[in-house]
Design a protein around this ligand. Structure first.
Ligand code: KG4
Ligand code: ZN
Length: 345
């Protein structure tokens, strides 16, 4: 089996991993999140510079942990989209330099599909038909995966905010530090998820027809903002834990109910949930519970493989190599809005 080096630099994490088949050999991640936190969002220029600074040491550390040398690498996979254009450019340039110097094949792969593919390293090869829900700060997409390397179809996506983005915005409303997602999650565990009935967008019968597998979270965020305002105007203290819990319950409910409906309609009995937002405990718990009720095997990778990492890119690269697909070649560019049906550039 080929040893695949995976490089991830789509946002603020520089991830480098080595995978052989479905076995993870080494995985190292460096993050520049601390440098962005004081700005309340990712600053692309800061992220690009951080990738540049840590790339070589991160590759060296991964090789060191694996007990391998660069010469031992058989193929190089890099996330060539979607993501921030400057960040992607650093990773793709590094990957091209390595491929040229080592005379090894180069594969540009899709970062979002990688969020699903990483689960193969943990729970084994996907069955022939698998549903994947990929949720992060930038994406909320439902993918039908007939083959992770050659057959991915997007069934639906968010029409506005991604789930993680909505959490970050509600975090701001609740005056929590950036990124708000994990803080809202923690607070929600202390509140009553039924205290406030927030709207479940695109679940009415008419929307179920047109937008069966699409999501929308911007109206929900506005509903939370209005609710907090009304509470403050009335001079009442905002019950922050109940607001967080009721909001988190609304997000998890919509994600899980639409996704499980898609599984049933497509006669798929395995669901993979991936992406930074799959770290969310309300989503993890609800997906496992409702999946069990409906006879659907729900696979969610451990937390460290949910946020951006090199293992997911090496995993997807390894799947592409195993299928014998042509390398992308040194001519590839970056695609900040790479379509989700394109696995390999
Ligand atoms: O995939 P990711 O690391 O980066 C991209 O957006 O590509 O996802 C990060 C997003 C952020 O919006 C973050 O707030 C959210 O995922 N997030 C969470 C949790 N952990 C991360 N949101 C809710 N609950 C969490 N536990
Ligand atoms: Zn991501």
């Amino acid at each position: 089996m080929e040893l695949v080096l995976g490089l991830e630099s789509t946002c603020d994490e520089t991830g480098v991993a080595l995978v052989r088949g479905n076995e993870l050999v080494a995985d190292v991640v460096a993050s520049s999140m601390d440098e962005h936190a004081r700005f309340g969002g990712i600053v692309p220029e800061v992220a690009s510079r951080a990738h540049l600074e840590v790339f070589v040491p991160t590759v060296q550390e991964a090789l060191h942990r694996a007990g391998q040398r660069l010469d031992d690498v058989d193929a190089i996979a890099v996330a060539s989209g979607p993501g921030l254009v400057g960040s992607l450019t650093v990773g793709v340039a590094a990957a091209k330099a390595l491929a040229l110097a080592l005379d090894k094949p180069l594969y540009g792969v899709n970062h979002v599909i990688g969020h699903a593919a990483v689960d193969q390293l943990v729970h084994g090869e996907f069955p022939d038909r698998t549903m994947a829900l990929v949720v992060s700060g930038g994406h909320t997409s439902l993918l039908m995966v007939d083959d992770v390397a050659t057959g991915v179809t997007e069934l639906g996506h968010t029409l506005d905010d991604a789930a993680g983005e909505a959490f970050d915005k509600v975090g701001r409303l609740l005056k929590l530090p950036y990124p708000g997602g994990p803080h809202v999650d923690r607070l929600a565990r202390e509140g009553d998820p039924e205290a406030i009935r927030f709207p479940r967008a695109l679940t009415a019968p008419k929307d179920r027809e047109r937008h069966a597998y699409d999501f929308s979270f911007s109206g929900l965020k506005t509903a939370v903002a209005r609710w907090i305002e009304a509470c403050e105007d009335a001079g009442r203290e905002v019950p922050v834990a109940d607001v967080a819990a009721s909001f988190a319950a609304a997000v998890a409910d919509v994600l899980v109910s639409k996704t499980l409906d898609a599984c049933e309609r497509h006669e798929v009995s395995t669901l993979v949930v991936g992406g930074g937002f799959s770290a969310n405990s309300q989503l993890r718990d609800l997906a496992q519970a409702r999946g069990a009720e409906r006879g659907i095997d729900v696979r969610i990778p451990p937390l460290k493989y949910c946020t951006d990492n090199g293992a997911m890119i090496a995993a997807l690269g390894s799947a592409v190599v195993q299928r014998g697909l042509e390398p992308s070649g040194l001519g590839i560019g970056v695609d900040s809005s790479m379509p989700l049906e394109v696995v390999r550039a």
